[in-house]
Design a protein around this ligand. Structure first.
Ligand code: ADP
Ligand code: MG
Length: 612
């Protein structure tokens, strides 16, 4: 006995609806995408009871004639593609021809539409997929679609709807994404007659974000100067270095106008931010990527959130590069804000010894050796320091062992030109925070974070240039590792040697370490190296090999930077700040924590109740 039967059209639509229509927010998404595809410049969305009782989307787009108004409710009816070949290059947000019949099959559905210039429009009523009425209508040009009582005919589905507030916030999220992706289109959003958003057409992305999220966020964003690299064009706004969130809510990326979630891009953004992002945090981005639709497959998921790139490595490179450039472009304005002079500018004496190159920072840091007298505050800092041997010793932190050859380059050559410092030094708070005055108010510098950043960039410059100075070990150390670690080590021998670690396979699971970076100091035990390798192996799963060296530096400089509790005096503080300002990415330490904070007069006045 045969048991197979073709499903009636209505049931087939309901099955298909399961994929496209999950909740009111998905209805809103599909309808708004249709409006955008229809070239609308104004879109109004109204929901009642979280969209469970009504979703209505009204647009001023091209509208439909009578035939199309009927045809658009058939499954697989679309004006957007014609042939299989068109699927290879999708230029519109929709293309599956599934949304309208799906929505109409699980709601009480009403469509009114009128083409531009047409005398009359059309109204179509559908109930749970069954067409009930077709007649002329006098609605304005454009299209209006209402879906009432969502899932009224599918009680099992209806049960999965959450509270009205939850559904409404999903709708709001969908709309925000669309509004951000299309700032030139005006959006109005009403929730139970309450006006939630009224966003005028013709806005820039910045204006749109300001209207949606307020000025605080907008001030934290940097313009990505529109860049095209090999067919991939990127524009938009990125959070400044140090701006981050604990989730990906504000990591928003559009690909050809469509909001997407894509691991390749997420990784690329992380990598682009690299040291400008705290561990476990996510960047804030409003990026728009435009590329040849043929180079990307959007037909992966019915809701089209996922995409597949034909050449993910290329996309990754482009995003990393653009993110890095944008973050670095911020440097000038950043240091301008911080260095705006208070009353009497301070210019440090260029003959002063500089923060010494890192190899002179040995692990010994015996502050008790510093003569007490030198810690006393002096009237004129430049006089106090110049030429006194204690202060030189202090600046070197610990004198480098005299047997060690002097470095072949001076720190001066390694650093970029120093900006003149216009800060007024106030003091050091809690042996950690350097307090300074500038035009804006109070500046606090975390001395450890600042020093980490300086050392990090200096080490990186060397790694890219003449290489990290290494020290050959007289007695090579053998390192025994687990098979998995051995594989990882063998794959990364090159990267490790660039960072100054000389490693040679020495039989199964054994390696011979015959050189270490000088700045690690020979006193460091293999245990330290093992720790570093452990940490690096973990990070390298998320970052590319190129970054391996940087991670290694970031991890090691941390151990060598001036610590909290190390007492710095005025000239050293000023030097530190000056060197920091000469860095490529001065805003944060290599782990993404801020190095400097500005407490403005306005904030102080607010705290003291002088201003509200
Ligand atoms: P798709 O968008 O994938 O083509 P839909 O079921 O969402 O499928 O829509 C079917 C067709 O109905 C679209 O191809 C389009 O021609 C037409 N359509 C839908 N919404 C609108 C609208 N707001 N304005 C004009 N035409 C529309
Ligand atoms: Mg559609």
């Amino acid at each position: 006995m045969s048991r197979i039967a073709l499903l009636p059209e209505e049931v087939a639509s309901q099955v298909a609806a399961g994929e496209v229509v999950e909740r009111p927010a998905s209805v809103v998404k599909e309808l708004v995408e249709n409006s955008l595809d229809a070239g609308a410049t104004r879109i109004e969305v109204l929901i009642r009871r979280g969209g469970n009782s009504l979703v209505r989307v009204l647009d001023n787009g091209c509208g439909m004639d009578r035939d199309d108004a009927l045809l658009c409710l058939e499954r697989h009816a679309t004006s957007k593609i014609r042939t299989g070949a068109d699927l290879m290059a999708i230029h519109t947000l929709g293309f599956r021809g599934e949304a309208l019949p799906s929505i109409a099959s699980v709601s009480r559905f009403r469509l009114t539409t009128r083409e531009h210039g047409a005398l009359a429009g059309t109204e179509v009523l559908v109930n749970g997929g069954r067409m009930e009425t077709v007649r002329d209508s006098g609605e304005p040009e454009g299209t209006q679609i209402e879906a009432r009582s969502l899932f009224y005919n599918l009680p099992a589905r209806r049960k999965f709807l959450r509270t009205e507030n939850t559904e409404a916030s999903h709708v709001e999220h969908v709309l925000q994404l669309q509004a951000i992706g299309h700032p030139h289109v005006g959006f109005v959003f009403l929730n139970d007659e309450r006006l939630v958003h009224q966003l005028p057409p013709g806005q820039t992305l910045r204006e749109r974000l300001r209207d949606l999220f307020g000025t605080t966020l907008v001030n934290e964003l940097l313009e990505v100067s529109e860049t095209e690299i090999a067919g991939v064009c990127v524009s938009g706004l990125l959070g400044r270095a140090g701006v981050s969130r604990s989730n990906r809510q504000q990591q928003i990326v559009f690909l050809n106008g469509r909001p997407i979630e894509n691991p390749t891009i997420s990784h690329a953004l992380r990598e682009g931010y690299h040291t400008a992002l705290m561990k476990g945090q996510h960047p804030v981005t409003f990026l728009s990527i435009e590329m040849d639709p043929a180079a990307v497959d959007v037909n992966v998921h019915p809701a089209k959130r996922e995409v597949r790139f034909r050449d993910p490595a290329h996309i990754r490179e482009v995003i990393v590069e653009i993110t890095r450039r944008t973050l670095e472009s911020d440097r000038t304005s950043w240091s301008r804000t911080f260095t705006a002079p208070p009353s009497k500018p301070f210019t440090p004496d260029e003959t002063l010894p500089l923060i010494p190159p890192p190899e002179q920072f040995t692990l010994r840091r015996d502050w008790s050796q510093i003569p007490a007298s030198s810690a006393a505050p002096a009237e004129n800092p430049t006089h106090q320091i110049a030429g006194t041997s204690e202060s030189t010793a202090l600046l070197t932190f610990t004198s480098a062992p005299s047997a060690q050859p002097a470095p072949a380059f001076s720190a001066q050559q390694l650093l970029q030109p120093r900006p003149t410092l216009d800060f007024k030094f106030i003091g050091v708070l809690g042996r950690l925070y350097i307090l300074m005055e500038n035009a804006g108010g109070l500046v606090l510098v975390d001395q450890h974070a600042a020093h980490e950043r300086i050392l990090f960039e200096e080490m990186r410059r060397r790694m890219e240039g003449q290489g990290v100075p290494t020290q050959r070990l007289l007695l090579p150390i053998t390192l025994q590792v687990a098979p998995k670690d051995a594989d990882w080590l063998r794959e990364n021998l090159d990267a490790l040697s660039r960072t100054g670690i000389g490693l040679e396979p020495f039989g199964a699971g054994t390696f011979k370490i015959d050189a270490l970076p000088q700045f690690l100091g020979a006193s460091d035990s293999p245990q330290l190296l093992r720790d570093i390798i452990d940490e690096l192996r973990d990070t390298s799963q998320q970052t590319s090999k190129l970054r391996l060296g940087e991670d290694m530096i970031a991890k090691t400089v941390c151990r060598h930077a001036v610590k909290a509790n190390d007492i710095l005096r005025e000239p050293e503080c000023l030097r530190l700040v000056q060197d920091l300002l000469a860095c490529e990415l001065p805003y944060c330490c290599p782990h993404g924590r801020p190095t400097m904070i500005q407490l403005s007069y306005l904030e102080l006045e607010k705290k003291f109740g002088r201003k509200v």
